[in-house]
Each structure stands twice: as C-alpha cells, then as structure tokens.
Design a protein around this ligand. Structure first.
Ligand code: GAR
Length: 206
C-alpha cells in the first residue's frame, strides 16, 4: 500500500522537492498528503503548490508558546490521512503524541551525535564541522523523540571533508547523500522493515 506522508519544513524545501521528484519518477512509492511550513515565506510552500499538494503556513512567530505552535500543527495534521511524518529542514521541536512514536523521521546533515542539537541546523552544521577540522561528516536519518536530533538512528552514511571545502561545497556533498538516504529510510519504513528496540533500529530482511 502506498504510504501517506506529511512533510514539515521551514526553508527552501529541496528535501521536499527530492521526495516529490522520486514519487513522480516512481522510485519511491509514497504520496504526500500535506506540507506544513513554519514560515510564510518558506519556498517549500511554492514547491508544494506546484506539485498540487495541500500546504499550510503555521508561522512559529504567530504563537507565544511552543505548546500552542505544536497544537496548531497537530490540528492541521489531524485533517489528513498520514502514516509517517517527515521533517525536511523543520527548525523546531515537534511534540510527539504516543500514536506517532517512531512515526516521525528527521534528516540531519551530520553524523549524530556529532554536530547536532538546538540551533545546529543547515549551514551552521557545516560551518562547525569545518571549524572543528573534522575529516569526515555525513548525514543521519533518525526517528524523532522529544529532544533535538536525538531519537533512534535509522540510516547514516559519511562523506569526506577536504582541505579545499567551503560551507557551500560541503553542504552540496552532504545534501547529495541526504537525497539518497531519506527516500531509502522512508521505503524501509513503508515496507515494515524497521524494528525499534530502545535506541537501536534493526533493519529487517526483505
Ligand atoms: C537539510 O540539509 C537538512 O538536513 C537540514 O536542513 C536542510 C534543509 O534544506 N536539517 C537540519 O539541519 C535539521 N537539524 P531544505 O530546506 O532545502 O530542504
């Protein structure tokens, strides 16, 4: 059965675009039920419109508390049929109701538990990797729990950091990896091949 996704984002939405392209190209058996953005000017909303996906802006700045912001997001999500929620450059904590435990994924542009946590997102991550002098970095897809970049790790892979790298070149290399890992993790989930045991995610054979 085709898995139904909700995509939450805050920015340009290239992660969303990759999923749209994979679905259109029939290399990912999924449908996107809705897109929710935490900023009105998120380009991801334009991408959703172009793909005729229902989309909503739920600006974080419209809510005085994290709790109210989360309530508004869950209200929108509740109006759609959703099997799995996919965070795609969503820069806020999403509260996880018990019914969605291990049904929300995030992609992070580093090898968790390095270079992650609150305010460590997007190019801030690559800047920190370069400043630290790390020789490898990578991407992580993980289930979402109540902390930033913390839940059980589903897939991880690495890329080299070279002496010539800039934030931009490193971001490009890592994002190319993300574009492979995220659809792969979603397909594994859809196939019922992810089994979570505490922090450890087992990938079951086909
Ligand atoms: C992606 O690289 C994603 O890994 C990162 O934000 C970027 C979003 O790009 N997410 C995080 O840093 C989460 N901690 P996009 O808006 O073009 O999809």
């Amino acid at each position: 059965m085709t898995i139904r996704l909700a995509v939450l984002l805050s920015g340009s939405g290239s992660t969303l675009q990759n999923l749209i392209d994979r679905i259109t190209g029939k290399t990912l058996d999924a449908q996107i039920s809705c897109v929710i953005a935490s900023r009105k000017d998120a380009y991801g909303l334009v991408r959703a419109d172009k793909a005729a996906i229902p989309s909503y802006a739920v600006p974080r700045t419209d809510y005085s508390t994290q709790k109210d912001f989360n309530a508004a997001i869950w209200e929108h999500l509740g109006r759609h049929e959703v099997d799995l929620i996919v965070l795609a450059g969503f820069m806020h904590l999403l509260e996880v109701p018990p019914a969605f435990a291990n049904r929300i994924m995030n992609v992070h542009p580093a090898l968790i538990p390095a270079f992650c946590g609150h305010k460590m997102y997007g190019n801030h991550v690559h800047k920190a990797v370069l400043a630290y002098g790390a020789k490898i970095t990578g991407a992580t897809v993980h289930f979402v729990d109540s902390l930033y970049d913390h839940g059980p790790i589903i897939l991880q892979d690495s890329v080299p950091v070279t002496p010539e790298d800039t934030v931009e070149s490193l971001a490009n290399r890592v994002q190319a990896l993300e574009r492979e890992l995220y659809p792969k993790a979603i397909a594994l989930y859809a196939a019922g091949r992810l089994s979570v045991d505490g922090r450890v995610v087992h990938i079951l054979p086909e």
